[in-house]
Ligand binder design. Sequence first.
Ligand SMILES: [Zn+2]
Length: 129
Amino acid sequence: MPTWTLHTEFKFDAAHFIDGYDGKCGRMHGHTYKVHISAKSHELNPSKYLKSADMVCDFKELKWAASDSKKGGFDHSVLNEEIPVATTAERIAEYIHKETVKRIPGNIELKVTVWETDTSWVEYTDQDV
Ligand SMILES: [Zn+2]
């Protein structure tokens, strides 16, 4: 079966604290988060910017979280004010996945990886792995 997989990476700077955490992560601090999104599809789609069915989806639809928090992204935000769930890397990845799905065609499998530091990251997908 023909299969295309888009990959994109971006970073954003944000502050957060983990509510209820008994330790230093419970205090406000910041990270440069890195995010990798892969988008896999067996067919190509049109997009808001291209009428013909020649792309999995627009890269820019995958990168919304990289934009300024005043423009709907997470850059230079306090994550606790932006997302309605705990700000663990696990929940951030799940939230980015959920919000990205709303922006792209329904035939795409997404995987979201969030690095909180260079050496600590989490992958999230809603597929069985
Ligand atoms: Zn942290």
